[in-house]
Design a protein. Structure first.
Length: 217
């Protein structure tokens, strides 16, 4: 689903679905933290070439102020009056070049394989940060500069997805008996779209929404 701002401009895409038994889902399930794969699928009409990643959380010990130099010029919002317990960063991957993509297509044509996979090369560019806060039994805030997410729901029942809004921006609240997750995309003061996730255990919807609505830059 495309997520738009108040002016109707597309900020990003959030795809929430159950896992299906297809080539990409099988690859996504088996991605380890720090893995990135480029996938060419010949027998589909749309999105023949995709990049699937599982960013690894890397501990950051130098404080949030010093980290700002690495994710600048982002100006994200943070919860007010919350004490930080731990910080992690997510590093990105280099995109494949047009030549490398052409080579994947050529290999598919030559070999007859419908699916061709390449490893993505990790780099040291910060694409996201994760902050664990001490309040409310501990909860996590993830902020990503990449705004295309694919959220796979478990096959078993018990997980509910509810549409809501944060500061006029569409959001999704996902919960089961143990975990609450709120995800949305919001522009910073420079117009950069950032994806936010609040994740907590045994937290009510009202509390999660309260945290999100209190965040400021």
């Amino acid at each position: 689903m495309d997520i738009k701002n108040k002016s109707g401009d597309v900020l990003g895409k959030i795809q929430i679905e159950s896992l299906r038994d297809n080539a990409i889902d099988r690859i996504v399930i088996n991605l380890k933290p720090g893995d990135g794969k480029a996938i060419y699928t010949a027998d589909v009409i749309e999105n023949q070439f995709t990049q699937q990643t599982n960013y690894a959380p890397i501990p950051w010990e130098d404080g949030l102020e010093r980290l700002h130099r690495h994710y600048s010029p982002w100006q994200p919002k943070f919860p007010i009056d919350s004490d930080i317990d731990a910080i992690h960063v997510f590093y990105g991957f280099d995109n494949l070049t047009p030549q490398e993509i052409d080579e994947m297509i050529e290999e598919s044509n030559r070999s007859g394989r419908n699916v061709v996979i390449r490893d993505l090369k990790p780099n040291k560019k910060v694409v996201g940060i994760s902050i664990t806060y001490k309040e409310y039994g501990g909860y996590k805030l993830n902020i990503f500069g990449t705004t295309k997410s694919r959220i796979a729901l478990p096959d078993h029942g018990g997980t509910t997805v509810k549409e809501t809004a944060i500061r006029g921006v569409q959001a999704f609240y996902i919960f089961d008996n143990e975990t609450s997750q709120l995800i949305w995309i919001e522009e910073d003061v420079h117009g950069k779209a950032l994806q936010y996730e609040i994740i907590g255990r045994n937290m009510s919807e009202d509390l999660v929404m309260k945290i999100a609505k209190s965040m400021n830059g």
